[in-house]
Every structure is written in structure tokens, then in C-alpha cells.
Design a protein around this ligand. Structure first.
Ligand code: CTP
Ligand code: MG
Length: 385
């Protein structure tokens, strides 16, 4: 597993944004912008540490903004962004990361899908990977007062952050070109002649630069989301055996559940609920039972896939609620472990996962202990199309 560091530069003064305080501490729909930028990386698998560069005398403000989040001790930035990044890389060198993602605190809306694409590019061997967006507007240059020329936008891109690098390569480039003044780290990779992979940038990953950007972001955060609910139902038959898989937990029992995969009815119902919330069909469509590949497969794979589809759609799983319906095994001794495991598979906070159980008082197929059923509801927030 490579060691991945995140370097977030937040040592600017935010002159163009105005507003009385450095823009990284300005609240955006209730959370300081810096907190949103750090949260975007929090708990991302494989990210070993986050270093935040701050301005002189901003320790208290920065610590308040990041209360409760894991990060390395703050390091002071320099007079320019480039200088802040270089100091950060020097401070990270002691931790010997393999890759570093260098990010502006001024881009609080970076998605987990984008982070994933950058890490994937690193793992495929590219020493640098940059999110780029093709320029869509027609470009104009004022050649002198009132005299304009049109600049071709052919082959022109806007570079965003995070920008990902093999750590040693970008540290070397920063040291070698400290005298040249650049506005992003890709420019140094260019000067150092590094091979650069590009990944699709995202319009939403905008840099908060002017007061107007904050007004737009507030409007977007207030009304730009839509909530969807999906439901799922599954049942499996008991056959002779000695354990069942339920909600990702192996429970010793005097029977087992019959199915093509591990027959975890809880995870199947939940997978269907999530797929339902994002309108992506059902579990059988994504993992056909006729496909030998899924024989005996752990159902956590199916649920992970559904959670990935939500993230790829720019969404977030807000909550899920699952009911297991059976006379036996007894669920309550395993409920906590199930909650933890489901939260882990989904990559969400444990408080967002609810697991309940009921019997049917001896009635019906669950009551006769012929099988076990599960029902789930999932709530997902999606950016409004
Ligand atoms: N930055 C930094 N150190 C500097 C200057 C900038 O760490 N000496 C950081 C900013 O905090 C920001 C990122 O680099 O997260 C991108 O810079 P920019 O958007 O230009 O922010 P500011 O420099 O703060 O804004 P302005 O240029 O309007 O003053
Ligand atoms: Mg600046």
C-alpha cells in the first residue's frame, strides 16, 4: 500500500475575496472553507496524513476550523503559494510519502471520485496527474485600450487542484526551480520534464477567489441538493449448515442460507435500496446470478459497488435503515458489529447506519424458519442536475 500525503495550502490572505478575514476561514454554509477542503480527504482509504500550511499567527483560527479532524501539526507557509508548497513538501519529506496530493484550501468542493482518479493515475505509474477542464468560453485579449483580439481556445485547458505527484519527483522539481515564479505545481512538473497524466477536472471543483464565488456557493449549498430514497427487499432459504452471513458478519447457526453468493440477505436488501435511490436498477442487473464469477462471493463487494456508484454520481449516502426478519439467529448480540461493518463497507459514519430485527411471531415463511428476509431503506443526497 503506497503512503499518500495530502498537502493543503491555506497561507494566503484572500485579498480578491475580501470579507474581512482570510477566505480559508470564511464560513460556507456553516463550515469554514478550510474545514470543507480537509473533510474532502478525511478517511479516504490510503491517505496517511494531511498537512495544512497556514499564515503567521493563524494557529488558533486554523485549529478551531479543523477541530476534531486528524492532521499533522500546522506549518507556516511563505510569501507566495509556490513558497508555501515548497515548505510543505520539505516538512513532509521526513514522513517519506510515496505520493502527494497538493491542494488549494480555496477548492472546498473536490469530489472523492476525482481524488480516486488521481490516485489511480499515480498507481499506474504516472509521476504527475492533473485535473484539467477544457476551456469552453471564447477567449479575448485586449491588445491595447479598446482594441481586442480573439485567442483560439483550441487545446487550452484550465488546471485545477488537487494535483498528484510522486513525492520525490515534485520535491526535486520545487527545489530545482525555486527561482522561477509559477502559479501551480504542474508548471514545475513541466519544467522538470515529468510525464503528466491528466484526469477529468470538475466544474464544481471551482476555486473560490472572488466575493461572487462565495455568493454562488452559498446558493448552491442551500438549494443545490436533492434527496432520494430507495428501498430493497431480499429473502433466502435456510438449508443444512453451520453459519450464516448477515450484514457482513459471520454468525454461527444450526443452518445456513442458500444462495449464489454468500446469501447475505441484509447486504442484498441494502444494496438494492441504494441502487434504487440512484435509479441504477437492481443487484441482479449488476451481478447476474448466472455469472460464475459471483459464486460464493462476499456480498460486501455488491454493497461497495453501489456506494461507489453513489460517489461517482457526486452523491452521498445520508442514512440507511435495515430490518432483518427471522426467528433465529438472534440478531441483538451482533447488531453493533453489523452496524460497524456496514458503515465500513459504505465508507460512511456509523451513526448513519441503523440495523433492526424482528420476528413474525411464528407466522409465514420466516416464522416457520424456512428462510430469512431483510428490508432496507436508503437516503441519498445528489447534486441537483
Ligand atoms: N496560498 C498559500 N500561500 C500563499 C498564497 C496562497 O498557501 N502565500 C494558498 C491560498 O491560501 C489558497 C491557494 O494558495 O488556498 C490558492 O491561492 P489563491 O486562491 O490566490 O488564494 P489567496 O492568495 O489567499 O487569494 P488572493 O490571491 O486573492 O489574495
Ligand atoms: Mg493568491
Amino acid at each position: 500500500m503506497p503512503r499518500i500525503a495530502v498537502l493543503i495550502v491555506a497561507a494566503g490572505v484572500g485579498e480578491r475575496a475580501g470579507g474581512g478575514i482570510p477566505k480559508q476561514f470564511r464560513p460556507l454554509h456553516g463550515l469554514p472553507m478550510l474545514r470543507r477542503s480537509v473533510l474532502a480527504f478525511a478517511d479516504y482509504p490510503g491517505i496517511a496524513f494531511i498537512l495544512v500550511m497556514i499564515g503567521q499567527g493563524q494557529e488558533t483560527q486554523a485549529a478551531e476550523a479543523l477541530d476534531g479532524l486528524a492532521h499533522l501539526p500546522f506549518v507556516a507557509g511563505g510569501a507566495t503559494r509556490q513558497e508555501s508548497v515548497r515548505r510543505g513538501l520539505e516538512a513532509l519529506a521526513a514522513h517519506k510519502p510515496d505520493y502527494v496530493l497538493i491542494h488549494d484550501a480555496a477548492r472546498p468542493f473536490v469530489s472523492r471520485a476525482l481524488i480516486g482518479n488521481l490516485i489511480a493515475a499515480m498507481e499506474s505509474g504516472a509521476p504527475a496527474a492533473i485535473p484539467l477542464v477544457a476551456v469552453a468560453d471564447t477567449l479575448k485579449r485586449e491588445t491595447s485600450g479598446g482594441v481586442w483580439a480573439t485567442v483560439s481556445r483550441e487545446g487550452l485547458f484550465r488546471a485545477q487542484t488537487p494535483q498528484a505527484f510522486h513525492f520525490d519527483a515534485i520535491l526535486k522539481a520545487h527545489r530545482a526551480h525555486a527561482n522561477e515564479s509559477v502559479t501551480d505545481d504542474m508548471a514545475l512538473a513541466e519544467l522538470a520534464g515529468l510525464r503528466i497524466a491528466n484526469v477529468p477536472g470538475e466544474e464544481i471543483n471551482t476555486k473560490m477567489t472572488r466575493a461572487e464565488d462565495f455568493q454562488l456557493a452559498e446558493r448552491w449549498l442551500a438549494g443545490g441538493a436533492e434527496f432520494r430514497t430507495g428501498m430493497g427487499l431480499d429473502a433466502h432459504r435456510f438449508v443444512p449448515g453451520d453459519h450464516v452471513w448477515l450484514c457482513g458478519i459471520n454468525i454461527p447457526h444450526d443452518a445456513t442460507l442458500e444462495g449464489h453468493s454468500d446469501a447475505d440477505a441484509g447486504l442484498h436488501a441494502l444494496t438494492d435500496a441504494i441502487l434504487g435511490a440512484i435509479g441504477q436498477g437492481d443487484i441482479g442487473q449488476h451481478f447476474p446470478p448466472t455469472d460464475q464469477k459471483w459464486r460464493g462471493a462476499p456480498s460486501s463487494l455488491f454493497l461497495e459497488h453501489a456506494a461507489k456508484l453513489v460517489r461517482e454520481a457526486g452523491g452521498e449516502i445520508i442514512h440507511c435503515d435495515l430490518t432483518l426478519i427471522c426467528e433465529r439467529p438472534k440478531i441483538s448480540p451482533h447488531r453493533g458489529a453489523m452496524q460497524t461493518r456496514v458503515a465500513e463497507i459504505l465508507g460512511i459514519d456509523r451513526a448513519r447506519v441503523s440495523i433492526k430485527a424482528t420476528t413474525t411471531e411464528g407466522m409465514g415463511f420466516t416464522g416457520r424458519r424456512e428462510g430469512l428476509a431483510a428490508q432496507a431503506v436508503a437516503t441519498v443526497r445528489l447534486a441537483r442536475p
